[in-house]
Each structure stands twice: as C-alpha cells, then as structure tokens.
Write a protein that binds this ligand. Structure first.
Ligand SMILES: [Zn+2]
Length: 441
C-alpha cells in the first residue's frame, strides 16, 4: 500500500555529512520504493503517518554479520580465545539445530529482536543444517526482515569436530547449492536471499573452498566468510597457504560476487589493495573484536584505501545485538587505536595517528556502508531507494533526553545513536511495510 509519512529525518548520505530534514514528507509507492522526499510545505494531499514531537525517522540499520544459532548464547560464554570458544561452547550449541523444534524456539526471538532494534537487513550464518537454514529464511520472510541466509559449509577434519561437520566436500557443496535453490523458491520477491557461507578457512578443506568458489560463479550468489579475524586465524592461513586470507579467498574464487568478510582486523596494507579491487566488503564487528580479534580493526586506513566497510554485531561473539550500539563501539575502538592502550609506552608511540572516526561515519557504515557491501538500494531515505526505516523517540520519558537550549542537530544525533534503546524504537518498516510497532504508554 502506498503511503506518506511526515516528520524529521536524520541520515548520513556521506561518511562526513549529517543530513537533517526538518518536517519532510516521504511518499512510498506500492512496491515499497520511495517516490519522493519533499518539505512538508511543498506537499499536497493527505499524510497517513505524522511523527509526534521528538520522534525522528532514520534509515534502517544493516547488520552484516550475525550467527543466528548463537542467539541463545548472547551475553555469555565469552571467556575463551576464539579457537577454544568454538569447540567448547559454540559448535555444541550450533549442533543442536539438527533439531527443528529447537530452531523453531530460537528463530522468532532472534528475528523479532533484531527488527525491534531497527535492524531492517541482516546477513545470517545459519548452522550446517539445511532444515534449520530454510526455517530461518522462512522466519525472516514471515516477520518481513530483509535478509541473506547462509547454510554454513565446514568439512575440515582438524578444524571441525566430527559431530558437527559436513561429511565431505562434495556433499557440502551440493547441500549449499540446494539451499540456494530452496531459499530462492521460498521468496521469489528477493527480500530474503541465499548466501554462500564457507565458515572460515580453518574449517574448510581446499576441495570445499574450490567447490564453493565454483558455486559462486555459477549461481551468482553472494558469499560470506571470516577473514584475518585473530592472530591464530590469520597465522593459520599464512602457514597453510603462504598468503593471507584475502589472497587465498580470491584465489578460490570467493571474492568475485559481492562478498562479506567478517572482522579483518589483521588486514595488511597489501590486503587493502587486493580487496579494493574486488567486490568484497568488510563486516566490521567492533565489540566482538575486543574479545576475539586480538587487535583493533584499522577502520580509517582501510576505508581510506577504498575498501567497502559496513558494521556487524557478530552475535554472539559480540554480546550486544544493537547496531546503534556497534556504532558507538566503532568510535570507541578507533579512539583506543589512535591513542594506544598501554600507559607504560610513551604517549607519542603508544597509538596509531589518524585512526579515529566520529559518529557520523559510524552511522554511515551501519546504513549506506552496509548497503554498498550488499549492493542493496537502501541506506538513505531518498527517491528510488526502498523504504527501510525506523522511528526513534527522543525527549522526556525516553533514553535520549533533549536540552533545547544546549543542543544542536549533531548533538541530538550523536546522543540518539549512543543512548537509544529498543524501548525508544516505536516503528520499523521494511520495503514500505510496517513490520514492528511499539505502543507507547
Ligand atoms: Zn563470525
């Protein structure tokens, strides 16, 4: 249904610019695409939705990296290094998704929870199970979330436990191919799409990586995997192939379609050049990196090199499901990288100069940056893009207080991104359809 909405919009068309459109009217066509954004004074005709005083309309958030089966582990089990965490906590949990009734308990909570935080697009790792993967895609479609859903492929005899792996490379590639076919059949509209998902190089045999590269070429489906995530993972790939993750993934044909590379905290400047020349982009997961990355992702350097970057929560390695919160973590991490963290080192040599980013850039990555990585026409509320958006309440009785005598637009925006909670998000739309509403007492 076509509709119009009137209110104040805040968004970041570039990484340097906060755009505030006071009292504007957005008109959305029947197909969910924005047909116009004009000042309220220039709009003729009725308006279906008028935002209340203090409510702000923002473009929907894009979470580039979510491990769906880890949702029940959110906020816990963060005490081990990555390689131990996987075997002791995470693989056992993911293995439970062989049971479809367990998946049926988890998926509605996950998808609804993320939509309620303004995450209108999510890129999901599912488990290795075709049934649970298809059920996740169906749940995204049922709740109206834009999503990429990937069956996880992993067959390496040392990098995976024998009770949670594909039986061999050939059957793994076939299962991933079938999952693509099944998800495309589920949703011809393309709101929910498949994505090829080799877990990461340590969990995959050469034959599997080769087979999935060929599958990417033949299907045109997007690819997601992890890249240079931690000291251990980064060094493992160098020892196995004599090259870094980025080069190895490119050789296996896994960077030819739009590819989402999670973490990438250990990228070298040479890797920046490799990635800038491909369709790959990075899912920067700042909170997760604090636990498992062993280093801060050099966000400024990598974006300055022309590599596409968006944000991810990395649920549940990242313990906070809010992408607004990840914006704040990205700013915090960049400040720590710039100043350094060890007070025993001289201040002049403690940090990495010119590493900091501000909240405008962080929000740009969470919206336009993610859209660019995925090749989706979302991220900004402007004519020609899909209406994926959410409304945040500000003012008294919310988490985002206003101080009219002190505030300018940038202060309100920065405070909103840092402090807004799920309870402040009152409406969420995906492709022009309202998918969540919260009653305010
Ligand atoms: Zn991950």
């Amino acid at each position: 249904m076509a509709f119009t909405i009137r209110g104040t919009i805040m968004q970041t068309p570039t990484a340097e610019h906060l755009q505030v459109l006071q009292d504007h009217v957005v008109t959305v066509s029947d197909d969910g695409v924005i047909s116009s954004v004009v000042p309220g004074s220039a709009h003729e005709g009725s308006v279906e939705v008028t935002l209340a005083e203090g409510e702000i309309l923002l473009p929907g958030l894009i979470d580039l990296h979510v491990h769906a089966p880890q949702w029940p582990q959110l906020g816990s089990r963060l005490d081990k290094p990555l390689e131990d965490w996987l075997f002791e906590h995470t693989f056992p949990l993911e293995a439970r998704f062989a049971d479809l009734s367990f998946a049926a308990e988890v998926w509605p909570s996950l998808v609804g929870g993320l939509l309620g935080l303004g995450t209108t697009t999510a890129v999901y790792y599912s488990s290795i199970h075709p049934g649970a993967t298809q059920a996740l895609a169906a749940e995204c479609l049922r709740q109206g979330q834009r999503a990429f859903v990937g069956r996880v492929a992993m067959d390496h005899l040392e990098g995976t436990p024998e009770w949670y792996r594909d039986s061999d490379a050939r059957s793994a590639v076939e299962a991933s191919h079938q999952s693509i076919v099944d998800i495309e059949a589920l949703d011809p509209s393309g709101l929910v799409r498949p994505i090829i998902t080799p877990r990461f190089i340590p969990a995959c045999s050469d034959a599997l990586l080769e087979g999935l590269g060929e599958l990417a070429a033949s299907s045109g489906a997007l690819v997601q995997t992890h890249c240079s995530e931690s000291d251990w993972e980064h060094q493992y790939v160098i020892e196995r192939y004599g090259v870094t993750d980025s080069v190895a993934l490119e050789r296996f044909g896994l960077l030819q379609t739009p590819s989402v590379l999670a973490h990438a905290g250990h990228l070298t400047p040479d890797d920046d050049l490799v990635l800038a020349g491909t369709n790959a982009g990075i899912a920067h997961c700042p909170l997760s990196n604090s636990y498992f990355g062993n280093a801060v992702f050099p966000l400024r350097r990598v974006t300055d090199a022309g590599v596409k970057v968006g944000l991810g929560t990395d649920i549940a390695g990242g313990a906070d499901p809010s992408l607004l919160a990840q914006c704040a973590y990205a700013v915090t991490g960049s400040r720590m990288l710039e100043d350094g963290v060890n007070s025993a080192v001289d201040a002049e040599s403690r940090g990495l100069v010119s590493s900091r980013v501000d909240m405008i850039k962080a929000f740009y990555l969470a919206t336009v940056g993610g859209a660019d990585v995925l090749g989706l026409p979302v991220g900004i509320l402007e004519a020609g893009r899909a209406f994926d958006a959410f409304v945040v309440r500000t003012g008294d009785q919310t988490s985002v207080r206003r101080w009219p005598e002190l505030d300018d637009d940038e202060a309100v925006f920065e405070r909103l991104v840092r402090l807004a909670r799920a309870s402040d998000i009152v409406s969420v739309w995906v492709n022009g359809t309202e998918v969540q509403t919260r009653q305010v007492s």
